[in-house]
Design a protein around this ligand. Structure first.
Ligand SMILES: [Zn+2]
Length: 195
């Protein structure tokens, strides 16, 4: 038999055997024996299954890899664009409302989290400065990254102080607050009121 014919024969056996491979296995387990023909059929089925699984796994692996690469590219593009925006930003409120010669009004504000951590943020470009930041380096997840804003915590704090923006904090959302929850005109409480 030629190789091609042999492969075709095995495939044919596999196709016919695959449907009743379970009954074949049941029979084999009962008798404890398996004929050469049955073995060939079983082997062909197993090999065909293995090949299909391997192909599926490879395809999945490749698609996941492609997706990760695309995500990384998107994320890189996003970060690069954001950095360019922050480099170009003057972090100043301005435009038509502001008079010529009027004192500069930085578009930044100081935010204090409930745990006491502080951040200064620009409302225009989203630039963030934290206490460990210097003019040279930004502290990002404990790593020193060259500071593309060229502004460190000290200068960011000065900008926040010069700004007409009031500092914000998360504190007001915690603890007990004065006042009462509104009720309906009939004086009933509103269940699960979300405003
Ligand atoms: Zn800015």
């Amino acid at each position: 038999m030629s190789e091609v014919k042999e492969v075709k024969a095995v495939k044919a056996i596999a196709a016919s055997a695959e449907s009743d491979v379970n009954s074949l296995l049941v029979a084999a387990s009962k008798t404890g024996t398996i004929s050469g023909e049955q073995f060939t059929a079983l082997f062909a089925v197993m090999m065909a299954k293995e090949a299909r699984i391997a192909a599926k796994e490879l395809a999945l692996e490749e698609s996941l890899k492609a997706r990760d690469e695309q995500r990384r590219r998107d994320s890189d593009n996003y970060t690069v664009a954001k950095i360019e925006t922050q480099k170009a930003c003057r972090h100043l409120k301005g435009g038509r409302g502001r008079q010529r010669g009027q004192q500069k009004d930085p578009a930044v504000y100081l935010h204090t989290f409930t745990n006491g951590a502080q951040v200064i943020k620009c409302q225009l470009c989203g630039a963030k400065w934290k206490p460990k930041d210097t003019d040279e380096y930004l502290d990002i997840n404990g790593m020193k990254v060259p500071n593309w804003t060229k502004i460190g915590w000290g200068r960011a704090l000065e900008m926040a102080e010069d700004s007409s923006n009031k500092p914000s904090s998360s504190e007001r959302f915690g603890g007990v607050v004065a006042g009462v929850t509104p009720k309906t005109a009939e004086g009933l409480a509103v269940p699960n009121m979300q405003i």
